[in-house]
Ligand binder design. Structure first.
Ligand SMILES: Nc1ncnc2c1ncn2[C@@H]1O[C@H](COP(=O)(O)OP(=O)(O)OP(=O)(O)O)[C@@H](O)[C@H]1O
Ligand SMILES: [Mg+2]
Length: 307
């Protein structure tokens, strides 16, 4: 059974269409990711699926309930918004109690769940600390706990690790996996390809309000196998892009993370042409690389997801 079912969903703000007729299903028990750059329509979509924003047209159901039925939707789902929904002047524990009361979670369950969730998120020892004294990462973790307090069937997270350092991000990923193992379906948005790759069973790639592809990360990447992607360690210089960019058979060329990245067609003599174009410049290495989700995004949209 599908936990989330979406057909031809659209959102128009004035004359601007932010989400342009998207359709997809999320299976029960899946971690499903919406991967896209700034302004792609990720928050707009998640806000429609969680009953917070009325679609302009189309339909969406979560656990069989129409998202227009806000009251029933809210009972079934947990929401972790992009903007934190914490009260800075309360302690972590007080925030949980306030939220639990708003959601009518019975006292005993609230205590048990709060205790367990604070432990799992590494916040148990800080439960009596005012939220204003929390680090950004701690606030984000507490924000996730709030979304789980009423034991939802589906958890929605909007960019759960934006701005986090590597360690905090890992912790959040492991926690989301743990939550999912307990049987909670997870829908998340992200603009980090590593996050989508590591965390999600399936990924929808979204750009300018349109879903460009939906599949497992492995399948999305394997579609690019026939293409060649190489990186060259060479000093960053715009002239390099001009020199190699004009070679026939080079589909795209740019610097990424200090390396020159080339998308090339399989053609005899191409490597020789590249070597000629780069003549006189010291090259540390030439490596052919496995495609990433970033490469999938480039091949679908012609644009880069991020640097
Ligand atoms: N209330 C609004 N009124 C008008 N335009 C809006 C409104 N909310 C969002 N938009 C526009 O709709 C588009 C999609 O926005 P949305 O917030 O859904 O993107 P996003 O994928 O979540 O981006 P980000 O990664 O920056 O969070 C953007 O161009 C945005 O400027
Ligand atoms: Mg957003």
């Amino acid at each position: 059974m599908n936990s989330i079912e979406v057909s031809n969903l659209e959102k128009q703000y004035g004359s601007f269409k932010a989400v342009r007729g998207i359709s997809f299903g999320v299976k029960e028990g899946e971690i499903f990711g919406f991967l896209g750059p700034n302004g792609a329509g990720k928050s707009t979509t998640i806000n429609m699926l969680t009953g917070q924003l009325k679609p302009t047209s189309g339909e969406a159901y979560v656990c069989g309930v129409n998202v227009l039925d806000k009251k029933r939707i809210r009972e079934m789902i947990g929401i972790v918004p992009q903007e934190l929904s914490l009260n800075d002047l309360l302690t972590a524990e007080q925030n949980l109690r306030l939220y639990g009361t708003l959601y009518n979670v019975p006292g005993k369950e609230l205590n048990e769940r709060s205790h367990h969730l604070l432990e799992a998120m590494g916040l148990a020892e800080r439960k009596k600390t005012l939220v204003k004294d929390f680090s950004g990462g701690m606030k984000q973790r507490l924000n996730v706990i709030l979304g789980l307090l009423h034991d939802p069937k589906v958890l929605f997270l909007d960019e759960p690790t934006t701005g986090m350092d590597t360690q905090a991000r890992r912790m959040m990923w492991d926690f989301i996996k743990q939550v999912n193992k307990k049987g909670i379906t997870v829908f998340l948005t992200t603009h980090y390809m590593e996050e989508a790759d590591y965390l999600c069973d399936r990924v929808a790639i979204i750009d300018e309000g349109v879903i460009q592809a939906i599949d497992t990360p492995a399948k999305l990447k394997s579609q690019l196998k026939h293409e060649n992607i190489i990186t060259i360690q060479i000093e960053e210089d715009e002239q390099v892009i001009n020199d190699v960019g004009s070679i026939a058979g080079i589909k795209n060329a740019f610097f990424s993370r200090g390396e020159l990245k080339l998308y090339i067609e399989d053609r005899d003599g191409l490597l020789l042409d590249i070597a000629k174009a780069l003549e006189g410049r010291p090259i540390k290495s030439i490596t052919s690389v496995e495609p990433t989700l970033d490469d999938v995004f480039i091949s679908l949209t012609g644009k880069r997801l991020r640097d």
